[in-house]
Design a protein around this ligand. Structure first.
Ligand code: CO8
Length: 255
C-alpha cells in the first residue's frame, strides 16, 4: 500500500498487493493503521482510495486466508475485516473511491463505504458483491451497506444473483456515482473531493454519522457473534470445498 499525501489535506491511498489486491490480513492491518493515523491528524480532511495494481482495484477478501486455516486464524481475519469496515464506514474524513479496475466482493464493500465512487469506463471493470456465486453468503453488514447505497430491491437482486455490474449498469443501479474515461479517474476524484470539502466539516460529519450510525451499531452490538458465525460457517467442509473449487476455477481460467 502506498499512501501519498498532498498539501491540500487529502491523502491518496493506493492499495498494493499484487497481483489482484486481494485483502490479505497484512493489507487489512496496514490499511487500518494508516486510516487511524489519518483520522487523528488534523491536517487531513479527505482520503482518495485507489489502487496501485495495474488494471485491478481489488479482487476482494483473500480467499487464501479463508481456506485450510485454523478457526483462530479465521477469527483474527474476520475481526480485521470488521475493523476496516467500521473505520471506513464511520470515518470523519471525506472518502472518495477512485476505482481503476475490477472491484469485487470485499473490494466492492470498501468502495461502498466511501462517500462517493468514481469508476473508470472499461467494460472489464466490474463491481458488485458476488458471494453467492462462490457458494458463500454476504454477511448482514455487507448487505446493509449495499441496501443503503442502491436500495432494497436492487440490492436483493444483486445479492441473490451475485451480480457484477460493468460501468454503465453500475452507474444506472447506483453502485457508482460517476463513470469517466480511465485517464480521468484520479482527477475527477480530486475535484469531487474539493466539492465535498467545501462543506463545513462539523456539519458534514454529524450528517454522515446521522445517516450511518445505526447501520454500524448493528454490527457493534453483535461483533463477537458475527465472528463466531463466520468461523463456524467457514469451518464447514462443504464451504471449504466450494472455496477450493472456486480457486481452482480461477486458476484454470488462466491463459
Ligand atoms: N483471493 C486470493 N487469490 C485470488 C483472488 C482472491 N480474492 N482473486 C484472484 N486470486 C488469484 C488467482 O487465483 C490467481 O492466482 P495464481 O496466479 O496462483 O493462479 C491470481 O490471483 C491472479 O488471478 P487472475 O489470473 O484471475 O487475474 P485476472 O487479472 O485475470 O482477473 C480478477 C482478476 C477479475 C480480480 C479475477 O482474479 C477474479 O475474478 N477473482 C475473484 C474475485 C472474487 O470472486 N472475489 C470474492 C472474494 S470473497 C469476498 O471478498 C467476500 C467474502 C465475504 C465472506 C462471506 C462469509 C463466508
Amino acid at each position: 500500500m502506498s499512501p501519498a499525501f498532498s498539501h491540500t489535506g487529502v491523502a491518496v491511498i493506493k492499495l498494493k498487493n499484487p497481483p489482484v489486491n486481494s485483502l490479505s490480513l497484512e493489507l487489512l492491518t496496514e490499511l487500518v493503521i494508516t486510516l487511524e493515523k489519518l483520522e487523528n491528524d488534523k491536517a487531513f480532511r479527505g482520503i482518495v482510495l485507489s489502487s496501485d495494481c495495474p488494471g485491478i482495484y481489488s479482487a476482494g477478501l483473500d480467499l487464501l486466508e479463508m481456506c485450510g486455516k485454523s478457526p483462530g486464524h479465521y477469527a483474527e481475519y474476520w475481526r480485521a475485516v470488521q475493523e476496516l469496515w467500521l473505520r471506513l464506514y464511520l470515518s470523519k474524513l471525506v472518502t472518495v473511491a477512485a476505482i481503476n479496475g475490477p472491484c469485487i466482493a470485499g473490494g466492492c464493500l470498501i468502495s461502498l463505504t466511501c462517500d462517493y465512487r468514481v469508476l473508470a469506463d472499461n467494460p472489464k471493470y466490474v463491481t458488485g458483491l458476488n458471494e453467492t456465486v462462490l457458494g458463500i453468503v454476504a454477511p448482514f453488514w455487507f448487505k446493509d451497506t449495499l441496501v443503503n447505497t442502491i436500495g432494497h430491491r436492487a440490492a436483493e437482486r444483486a445479492l441473490q444473483l451475485g451480480l457484477l455490474f460493468p460501468p454503465a449498469a453500475a452507474l444506472q443501479v447506483g453502485m457508482v456515482d460517476q463513470v469517466v474515461p480511465e485517464d480521468q479517474v484520479q482527477s475527477t476524484a480530486l475535484s469531487v473531493m474539493a466539492q465535498w470539502m467545501a462543506i463545513p466539516d462539523h456539519a458534514r460529519q454529524l450528517t454522515k454519522s446521522m445517516m450511518r450510525r445505526a447501520t454500524a451499531d448493528r454490527l457493534l452490538r453483535q461483533r463477537d457473534a458475527d465472528v463466531q458465525n463466520f468461523v463456524s460457517f467457514l469451518s464447514r467442509d462443504s464451504i471449504q470445498k466450494a472455496l477450493q473449487a472456486y480457486l481452482e476455477k480461477l486458476k484454470q481460467r488462466k491463459g
